[in-house]
Design a binder for this molecule. Structure first.
Ligand code: ARG
Length: 460
């Protein structure tokens, strides 16, 4: 390669070292921006023609040439060249091959610095929209399942110890709420992604009479970036996305952990259908919950990408530095990983098979209605601390005699307090317990159904 075979070789007296050319190239991974690069270039050319820097014929030649290149790329006919460094110069060089000198005018009033920042924002904006659609499909699946399981009783846990009975639908709605916030974070991040760097050129702006507002409108940006130095430099929007992605993955990981527990022989609360599981090559009986395990595992890489981008940015002086070329792989992998994990969950959740009897019998172990008995005593005039002590003794008796509070006889219960009457069983049963938590945000089946209705409206 001679110095002048690159797009910037004019001032160089020797060719780039072969390894350095490879080391500094990004085309192997930034070629995925091709469509948004072309979209940005078409808008830029349209704007240049509007302000008189290009003729209408030049604009049309550029736009037609770029459309043909896009078709070549999509048909697998495009030869990506590492010696052309990145997606931007590969496409521009091919444009000049196709349309001649007019192709060389496309880069007027623009730099790869504002070009790449624009491309990433256009790309990320689309990918955020795709991500949110998958997330919303998962939310729908959770609402459908929660509605079906509104009255299914399971033990609720704190410290992974049986705490109080809850409904399975209520538990699923907790997952739903986590995802609501994840979706809000993505929507909010999108606002700051959706501002246009183009026009900042290398760092200081450009001497051509550009119309940035017009280009922004063509590209559907909400506004232009106000400061050219900031616009070509900061990748905080990508960091913000990775932060939202890491939080969403953390939620998916927690859901995964619960599914793995519930699917185990020890819990048996839920069956994950065979098509979402794999076997063991040595233990014939095994059916492993690989999908949730992998989602839990993949959470680590998204956390890693967030750390990577924060560290990439933290020491950079204004404005653009080549460090920023390293923004793409973490961002792309964070996107791919989050989308794949959301998709796996969106496919799997509607297929989950709850084992209602197992959940119910688990709720009958561990004295899940002990708080209900204490509340019952309080309502009959006992002070809460005394009620707590009385119920503690009843539980100790239950442990000794191996029976739940709800199956003790009235005479047995009255050993601990003579205020206990036979209306106690209405609160000691699992149904009594969950039905009593009858307020917004509570676990009562009718509240779960109402919450599902509200949730459907919220995401409509
Ligand atoms: N491939 C580069 C990147 O991803 C494009 C911008 C390069 N600009 C420059 N002046 N070297 O950041």
């Amino acid at each position: 390669m001679t110095p002048s075979s690159t797009m910037w070789g004019g001032r160089f007296s020797e060719a780039t070292d072969a390894f350095v050319a490879e080391f500094t190239a990004s085309v192997t991974f930034d070629k995925r921006l091709y469509q948004h690069d072309i979209q940005g270039s078409c808008a830029h050319a349209t704007m240049l023609a509007k302000v008189g820097v290009l003729t209408a014929a030049e604009r049309d030649a550029i736009i037609d040439g770029l459309a043909a290149i896009q078709a070549d790329i999509e048909a697998g006919r495009f030869d990506w060249r590492v010696d052309l460094e990145d997606v931007h110069m590969n496409i521009e060089a091919r444009l000049t091959d196709r349309i001649g000198i007019t192709g060389k005018k496309l880069h007027t009033g623009r730099s790869r610095n504002d070009q790449v920042a624009t491309d990433i924002r256009l790309y990320l904006r689309d990918e955020i929209d795709k991500t949110r659609l998958i997330l919303q499909r998962l939310q729908q699946g959770l609402l459908d399942l929660a509605e079906r399981e509104a009255a299914t009783i399971m033990p609720g846990f704190t410290h992974l110890q049986t705490a109080q009975p809850v409904t399975f639908g209520h538990h699923l709605l907790a997952w739903f709420e986590m995802l609501v916030r994840d979706d809000e974070r993505l929507a909010d991040c999108r606002k700051r992604v959706n501002r246009m760097p183009l026009g900042s050129a290398a760092l200081a702006g450009t001497t051509y009479p550009i119309d940035r507002a017009y280009t922004a409108e063509l590209l559907g940006f909400e506004a232009v970036c106000e400061n050219s130095l900031d616009a070509v430099s900061d990748r905080d929007f990508a960091i913000e996305f990775c932060s939202a992605a890491a939080i969403a993955m953390m939620h998916l990981s927690r859901m995964s952990e619960e599914l793995i527990l519930w699917n185990s022989q020890q819990f048996k609360f839920v069956d994950i259908p065979d098509r979402f599981c794999t076997g063991s090559s040595i233990m014939p009986q095994k059916k492993n919950p690989d999908v949730p395990e992998l989602v839990r595992g993949k959470t680590g890489r998204v956390n890693g990408h967030l750390m990577c981008l924060l560290t990439l940015m933290k020491g950079q002086p204004l404005a653009y530095n080549k460090d920023n070329q390293e923004d793409k792989e973490p961002l792309f992998d964070a996107l791919d990983t989050l989308q794949a994990c959301l998709r796996a969950f969106a496919d799997m959740v509607p297929a989950l098979q709850p084992r209602r009897e197992e959940m119910r019998s688990a709720a009958l172990r561990g004295f899940a209605t002990a708080t209900d008995l204490a509340d019952y005593l309080v309502k009959k005039g006992t002070a809460f601390r005394d009620a707590h002590e009385i119920v503690g003794k009843a539980v100790a008796y239950g442990v000794q005699t191996n029976q739940d509070l709800s199956v003790m006889t009235l005479a047995e219960l009255q050993q601990f307090s003579d205020t206990i009457a036979d209306d106690v069983f209405a609160v000691l049963t699992l149904e009594g317990s969950v039905n009593a938590r009858n307020h917004i945000g509570g676990t009562a089946p009718n509240q779960v159904l109402a919450a599902v209705q509200r949730a459907r409206q919220r995401i409509a």
